[in-house]
Design a binder for this molecule. Sequence first.
Ligand SMILES: Nc1nc2c(ncn2[C@@H]2O[C@H](COP(=O)(O)OP(=O)(O)OP(=O)(O)O)[C@@H](O)[C@H]2O)c(=O)[nH]1
Ligand code: SF4
Ligand code: SF4
Length: 323
Amino acid sequence: MLTDEFGREVTGVRVSLTDRCNFDCVYCHNEGLGDTRGPMDPQDDEMGADDVVRFLEVAAEFGVDSVKFTGGEPMLRQDLEEIIRRTPDQMEVSLTTNGTFLPGRAEALVDAGLERVNVSQDALDPQDFAEITKSGAYEKVIEGVDAALESGLTPVKLNMVVFEHTAGYVPEMVDHVAENEGLQLQLIEYMPELTGKPEWNIDIERVHDWLAEKADDIEHREMHDRKRYWINGGMVEIVDPVENPTFCANCHRVRVTHEGYLKGCLNRNDDLVSMGDMDRSEIRAAFRDVVANRVPYYGEYMIRNDEGEWEINDKYIEEYAGA
Ligand SMILES: Nc1nc2c(ncn2[C@@H]2O[C@H](COP(=O)(O)OP(=O)(O)OP(=O)(O)O)[C@@H](O)[C@H]2O)c(=O)[nH]1
Ligand code: SF4
Ligand code: SF4
């Protein structure tokens, strides 16, 4: 197991397989390098299945025991089943998807080795859903969640970004997961710094307070020190990374962009290492380097100045300027 200089073991990898997507969510922050191509444009820059598998095999050598496949929309990759099938056995395999392609394909993914799925569902009303995602696929997503449950991918986590357009749905979604066995809710803090619309932000502390009042039990998950609220038998987890040093202090994942760049932190682009045409031993060295250079974003890379505002730590300014 590799550990960075802040004592954070790297136990997981998060691999973006494409930046293409059939949705155009108003809050999307284009994980990866922030490419702006349309959903159906060419895919020459995406890592091939062999590249993904080679990387995963190297990560497995270092004791990494979980992989999360993301996008864009990872199910646009027709070779997703192949990639999952070839993922080292020691890794728990999970997927984050918008859910539209799960009907008719969930079982094949399970057969290939998929163990868990997170499906974005930001509203319980087709019109609001369409407004947020710029897609008319509400029914398909509902079918997708059902297909995942029927294929045994439980618990299915429903991912909901909490911001102006969705905050009103939180109570209904909390009831929804309590009433439907196999579902869990994951409330994701809106990231204004990545989406450029600060006016849509909702104070996530208000959501914590509201859930705490209702909760029968509250747990802390080690990963990111995330809080989990149990309400009427349903589980609600909060993902609240923004300006949260505790979240970053408990971050155990290295990221890979769809183009094959290793990256120690989701929020930084100045720590990228391209795996390009690297062979296995070069990937090993690159993985060690990226882990060695990992820095908790909030609390070390971003620090508070005398006025209490966040700014980049001087120590890293040169690298950032050169990115
Ligand atoms: N800043 C930051 N945001 C993260 C991190 N991990 C997850 N997120 C955010 O949380 C959202 C949902 O994450 P998911 O891909 O569903 O998975 P997860 O919650 O991280 O993982 P599991 O609970 O293991 O399924 C992502 O789109 C990110 O916005 C992280 O390490 N740093
Ligand atoms: S489904 Fe995900 S990747 Fe696609 S536009 Fe929405 S947030 Fe972005
Ligand atoms: S912002 Fe960076 S360091 Fe913080 S939790 Fe996310 S990926 Fe980890």
